[in-house]
Design a protein around this ligand. Structure first.
Ligand SMILES: Cc1cc2nc3c(=O)[nH]c(=O)nc-3n(C[C@H](O)[C@H](O)[C@H](O)COP(=O)(O)O)c2cc1C
Length: 147
């Protein structure tokens, strides 16, 4: 089955996380598709996937404007009941993934894991533990498709 990993990244950290997430999806036996949210133009672009991971770094204690615009678009995509997760890179407060996860759970009514959102401090991303944490998070979301 196909898992969409849609992300925002200004300086490449969350993008790196997205790439490790893709590996975790493969470990669960599914096919990851990586896309920048700026390449998703209409709700139909979100169709044809079985689970969704949304990634966004925290800037100014918030998600980026591009992620907010994307979430308004995703509202019309019929994601109800689909497995989902949210992740992002940060340095000190890491707010964005929590807010995105919250929207996926309460507004889109997606099927979320009990892991909550996933924040990773930017200096940990390219460490063995950081890589494994990204892979494990995505694998857990993708494995919901096996149940
Ligand atoms: C202007 C600016 C504001 C930031 N604000 C926050 C913040 O409020 N909270 C936080 O945890 N990190 C903050 N950061 C750190 C970024 O989240 C961090 O550098 C992250 O790794 C960037 O990810 P990206 O490479 O995917 O864009 C800020 C960084 C910049 C440059």
């Amino acid at each position: 089955m196909k898992v969409l990993i849609a992300y925002v990244s200004r300086t490449g950290n969350t993008e790196k996380m997205a790439q490790y997430m893709a590996e975790g999806v493969r470990f669960a036996g599914h096919e990851p598709v990586l896309k920048k949210v700026s390449d998703i133009k209409k709700p139909e672009d979100l169709q044809g996937y079985d689970a969704y991971l949304f990634g966004c770094p925290t800037y100014h204690r918030d998600m980026t404007q591009s992620m907010k615009t994307f979430l308004f678009l995703a509202q019309g995509a019929g994601l109800e009941g689909k497995p989902g997760g949210a992740f992002g890179s940060y340095t000190h407060s890491g707010d964005a993934p929590k807010y995105i996860y919250d929207t996926m759970e309460h507004v889109f009514k997606m099927r979320m894991t009990n892991l909550g959102s996933f924040n990773l401090e930017e200096h940990k991303i390219n460490t063995p533990d950081g890589i494994r944490a990204c892979q494990d998070y995505a694998r857990t979301v993708a494995e919901m498709l096996n149940n």
